[in-house]
Design a protein around this ligand. Structure first.
Ligand code: NAP
Length: 292
């Protein structure tokens, strides 16, 4: 247990709810491993109190904060500065202390990229199917274009939202990267090749573990790799369908790990070794009862 004294630095998480978060495990384990005098605590913040929470944390010399649902957009009005990519995505999940206020970053997206890299999954030049057009999918679409993906077929139940994301991403990166498609029209995706598919809807999330946003095996026959952002459960119906049709499949726990690792690196101006990151990952898997 960390000895708390007058030099202890505080980091934390603001959101509502925050009770089931794994972030304290990530940051407190890293701090212990590095012998860093830092503790990380979740703060349940009531609606309408986000600005006060950020200002209060700054006044209390809090080193950094993570921000989770539902405040990743609202917090952007309470910052001294915002990282360019977070600004484009329109969501901030990490506040880093700077002179005069916090600067906002989006480490969800950087975390996903590091998770993909650690599994040898490439975005550069790839043709990708992206399921969903909500907050997380929007970040994934920006990430794919920033890494020069050849094409992203963006499938969403509400076509209008997919169209909006596509328009913004294509305008930002100056090429026709993202093609919006209504979810049930997935057969329009050319069948002459196989794709990386990133599942960024909340369909299949615990407790609705038997649900997948598409169940047709013809769709899964097009997928060589499926990456589900969901990590609860660790084996989603989407992942099972990918595997049953010959693809490899991954859950979103490594994305969660790396978004935390990157926040920790920003706060402490350090680089976490891959060994330490993977030690934290093992602890997270044990906590969730994941064996492989
Ligand atoms: P969100 O903004 O609420 O977006 C939800 C998305 O799911 C929308 O595209 C929505 O489509 C779609 N959807 C919801 N119910 C549906 C249904 N019954 N049929 C078809 N589509 C449906 O949520 P989010 O913040 O993007 O999060 C999405 C997922 O990513 C969540 O499961 C979350 O746990 C996961 N996530 C994981 C990490 C990580 O670290 N691993 C980080 C962030 C998010 P419409 O637009 O048509 O409503």
């Amino acid at each position: 247990m960390q000895q708390i004294d007058g030099y202890t630095r505080l980091c934390g998480l603001i959101g509502n709810p925050v009770e089931h978060t794994m972030s304290p495990m990530i940051h407190n384990t890293l701090a212990q491993k590095e012998g860093r005098n830092l503790v990380y605590v979740p703060f349940h913040v009531e609606h309408g109190q986000v600005r006060k929470a950020a200002e209060g944390a700054y006044a209390l010399n809090v080193l950094g904060l993570n921000v989770t649902v539902p405040y990743k957009g609202e917090i952007m009005n309470c910052l001294k500065a915002t990282d360019a990519m977070a600004e484009r995505i329109g969501a901030v999940n990490t506040l880093v202390r700077t002179d005069g206020g916090y600067k906002g970053y989006n480490t969800d997206m950087m975390g996903l990229y590091r998770a993909l890299c650690s599994e040898d999954i490439r975005l550069e030049g790839e043709e990708i199917i992206l399921l969903g057009a909500g907050g997380a999918a929007r970040a994934v679409a920006f990430l794919c274009a920033s890494k020069k993906a050849a094409r992203v077929y963006l499938l969403n139940r509400t076509l209008e939202k997919a169209g909006q994301v596509a328009e913004e991403v294509n305008r930002t990166y100056g090429y026709e990267c993202v093609a919006p498609i209504r979810m049930e029209e997935y057969a329009r995706i050319p069948s002459d090749k196989k794709y990386l598919a990133i599942q960024a809807t909340n369909v299949g999330l615990y407790p609705n573990v038997e649900d997948a946003v598409i169940t047709d095996t013809d769709f899964y026959a097009k997928i060589h790799t499926g990456f589900d952002l969901i990590y609860r459960p660790s084996e989603t119906k989407f992942m099972t369908l990918v595997r049953e049709n010959g693809g490899q499949a991954f859950h979103g726990l490594k994305m969660l790990l790396y978004q935390g690792v990157i926040a920790y690196e920003l706060w402490n101006d350090t680089r976490v070794s891959e060994e330490d990151a993977l030690a934290v990952y093992e602890k997270m898997k044990a906590e969730m009862g994941i064996k492989d």
